[in-house]
Design a binder for this molecule. Structure first.
Ligand code: NAD
Ligand code: TYD
Length: 334
């Protein structure tokens, strides 16, 4: 099996490549990534001498490039996206381009090359926001995206489904809850909190901190994607969640406790515009159909993640100082 993985230098994509090459000895991966601020080849450093991994720096909106790569592969696993809600509030343009036009470009290439197997990675955020007493999101929940990020992801999901119905493209979609783990870019809540505390800085908590997310350890997500790719029913959507709803304050307090820091380091700041109150996933379908459920509890996963950030200070310090940007510009200036 030769996979084209898009966005494989980002957080989940790089974890997925490590997972898949460890699990399937004879699989190969072509990794197409534009190396935006979120892409980092250091996430893939241990694969430098592994001939099964080929890295291509390029944009998923580049139809000619994408077409050539799709031709070479058996299946596409599509992670590449602009992924941070706060950035989508500041500047939505890149989200429209990458998340919608980029997905369309890949779908067209898959269609024009004999109908390649296409797995699309999406998010629970397309379903909008839940009240505390509402049931968790499932595959039946109507789309109701609230941010430019989730609206662009929702658009891409609709396009993927349209290519199944109209062109019989063999697609699957997964909508996953918030991930955390190694290589998580330190602008997101968990890695930001961990690294700020390691730098003796405060943790910014938006609004009252009582918003709820359903946290999933990234390796569990990778396992679910692998299962869907191999055994998922074509045309189907699978919701993936951690069964681990926590308020942001609970998350931050657990991190403070593990790092033995004082709660004075919590700083309540202005709320995010249009901040979704609660996300939660009902993952019954993937459990019943494919036998998947999360293996790692939040407590275990968080302890493992904190350990990883302790052991990889160089990785996140470079990112936080912006140094890695200069490094890759130098490496790739040709
Ligand atoms: P990330 O921001 O860490 O990584 C995105 C990667 O895509 C980066 O390596 C970036 O360089 C690359 N990229 C961006 N624009 C590109 C373009 N035009 N062409 C080629 N490459 C481009 O994101 P992530 O957190 O790893 O998320 C990966 C996917 O999973 C996204 O589709 C996201 O919507 C989805 N998702 C994320 C979460 C989460 O908690 N992080 C949860 C559910 C779903
Ligand atoms: P984030 O990690 O950005 O993921 P998402 O917005 O995709 O769920 O944020 C997780 C939650 O943490 C969300 O409710 C926003 C909140 N948050 C803070 O309170 N402070 C922060 O500095 C960040 C980045 C997020």
């Amino acid at each position: 099996m030769k996979l084209l993985v898009t966005g494989g230098a980002g957080f989940i994509g790089s974890n997925f490549i490590h997972y898949i090459l460890k699990k399937h000895e004879n699989w190969e991966v072509i990794n197409l990534d534009a190396l935006t601020y979120a892409g980092n080849l250091e996430n893939l450093k241990s694969l430098e001498n592994d001939s099964r991994h080929q890295f291509i720096r390029g944009d998923i909106c580049d139809a000619k490039l994408v077409n050539g790569l799709v031709k070479e592969c058996d299946a596409i696993v599509h992670f590449a996206a602009e992924s941070h809600v706060d950035r989508s509030i500041l500047d939505p343009a890149a989200f429209i381009k990458t998340n919608i036009v980029g997905t369309y470009t890949l779908l067209e290439a898959a269609r024009q090359n004999g109908g390649k197997r296409f797995h699309h990675i999406s998010t629970d955020e397309v379903f909008g926001s839940l009240n505390s007493d509402e049931p968790a999101f499932s595959e039946e929940t109507a789309y109701d995206p609230q941010s430019p990020y989730s609206a662009a992801k929702a658009s891409s999901d609709h396009l993927v489904r349209a290519y199944f119905h109209t062109f019989n493209l063999p697609i699957t979609i997964s909508n996953c809850s918030n991930n955390y783990g190694p290589f998580h870019f330190p602008e997101k809540l968990i890695p930001l909190a961990i690294t700020n505390l390691m730098e003796d800085k405060k943790i910014p908590v938006y609004g009252d901190g009582l918003q709820i997310r359903d946290w999933l350890f990234v390796e569990d997500h990778c396992e679910a994607i692998d299962l869907i790719l191999e055994k998922g029913e074509l045309g189907e959507t699978y919701c993936i969640g951690g069964n681990s709803e926590k308020t942001n304050l609970e998350v931050v307090k657990e991190i403070l406790a593990i790092l033995k820091k004082d709660e004075d380091l919590i700083e309540f700041v202005k709320d995010r515009a249009g901040h979704d109150r609660r996300y939660a996933i009902d993952a019954t379908k993937i459990k019943k159909q494919l036998g998947w459920q999360p293996r790692v509890s939040f407590e275990e996963g968080l302890a493992q993640t904190i350990k990883w950030f302790e052991q990889n200070q160089n990785w996140w310090q470079k990112i936080k100082s912006g140094e890695y940007q200069k490094y890759y510009e130098k490496q790739y200036k040709n």
